[in-house]
Design a protein. Structure first.
Length: 202
């Protein structure tokens, strides 16, 4: 009986990014099949009748479109595995959900009383920011601008843009984007990375 191979395969399957991508894709497929839970699962303002406490978590697993899902899951699959090389899975889980919650909290003051938010973008930006802190000189480039830059500069610039877009109302990618959720998630990701990297260096 090949126990080592079986154990290795299970570890691969149970890695956080594999679980998260599988859950998000499955929920999106159910949504597109008619089991649409976006009204109940999106995060609403606390004074809105649609608000429920569980929405702080459920909104992270709902997406508005295939492109919305695709960008988030591509980023998750690209930037979470390198973090698992230096941190435990428990820490990466904590990073993901803390960043998602921070992103939601950061966007809430900018959301109208009848507005709602959904998507994993805040959590994903936390992962991206943590990656840029752990691997600051890693070369990265945007899909539509294939010029490599160090991760610390590219991610820092992206976060500055997100904050500017939210405050100014000038967005390159259209309306109805929770820009401040991206910024809030990134700040939490940097905070986690700063603390944990300090602990590793002691």
């Amino acid at each position: 009986m090949n126990v080592p191979a079986f154990t290795t395969m299970n570890k691969i399957r149970l890695q956080p990014h594999i679980i998260l991508i599988a859950l998000n894709v499955a929920i999106f497929l159910l949504q597109e099949s008619g089991f649409d839970w976006r009204t109940e699962g999106a995060l609403w303002q606390p004074e809105n009748p649609n608000y429920h406490i569980w929405q702080w978590f459920t909104h992270m697993f709902l997406h508005e479109s295939l492109m919305h899902l695709g960008f988030n899951m591509f980023a998750l699959g690209s930037f979470m595995p390198p973090l698992l090389r230096v941190w435990t899975a428990k820490r990466v889980w904590a990073l993901y959900f803390a960043s998602g919650l921070a992103g939601a909290a950061a966007y809430l003051p900018f959301m109208g009383s009848n507005g709602s938010m959904l998507g994993a973008s805040g959590a994903v930006f936390g992962v991206l920011a943590a990656f840029s802190a752990v691997y600051p000189k890693a070369p990265l480039s945007l899909m539509f601008i294939p010029v490599p830059m160090q991760a610390r500069y590219l991610v820092g610039g992206m976060v500055l843009y997100e904050v500017f877009a939210q405050i100014s109302g000038v967005s390159l990618f259209g309306d109805n984007i929770a820009h401040m959720a991206h910024g809030g998630g990134a700040l939490m990701g940097w905070a986690f990375a700063w603390q944990w990297q300090r602990q590793l260096q002691r």
